[in-house]
Design a protein. Structure first.
Length: 151
């Protein structure tokens, strides 16, 4: 077996998926919508049945607070979201998608489904379950290294 690296394989796959996402008309035609913002919007839409805050975006994408702050500021400036204070805690602002983002949502839903179908073609449900288990385990293994680095 060749000298293979999981990190490289994942990064390479990520770049290919990124190119597909960048080619979605909603992303391609909107110069202000980056592929990362696309994924954040997808997350916000998928979890729209609950209140979402910056900390939820940080946790979902494993990003630093400063990165999330800049990302959400840009999305707010581009008319995709608004951060609205909540009555029960003056420090918290929930993230609300705006009508412009809702227009984009229809395109995103169709394209995500199409991309997922193509990406997983030829894989059984068991193989996909195993894939997600591998991803979970990779994350757990890396979290150990992250914890060691924080010491």
């Amino acid at each position: 077996m060749q000298n293979r690296h999981v990190g490289y394989a994942v990064k390479s796959l990520n770049r290919r998926i990124g190119r597909v996402i960048d080619n979605i008309p909603a992303v391609r035609e909107n110069k202000n919508l980056t592929s990362f913002q696309f994924w954040v919007l997808s997350f916000l839409f998928r979890e729209s049945d609950r209140e979402l805050f910056q900390r939820d975006v940080e946790a979902e994408f494993n990003i630093r607070r400063s990165t999330a702050t800049e990302l959400l500021k840009a999305m707010e400036a581009n008319g995709l979201i608004r951060r609205v204070p909540v009555d029960y805690d003056a420090r918290l602002k929930k993230i609300v998608t705006l009508p412009y983002a809702e227009e984009i949502r229809r395109q995103l839903d169709v394209q995500v489904e199409r991309t997922e179908k193509q990406l997983t073609e030829g894989f059984t449900e068991e193989e996909m379950a195993q894939f997600y288990d591998f991803i979970r385990r990779f994350k757990e293994n890396l979290s150990k290294l992250e914890e060691e680095a924080e010491i």
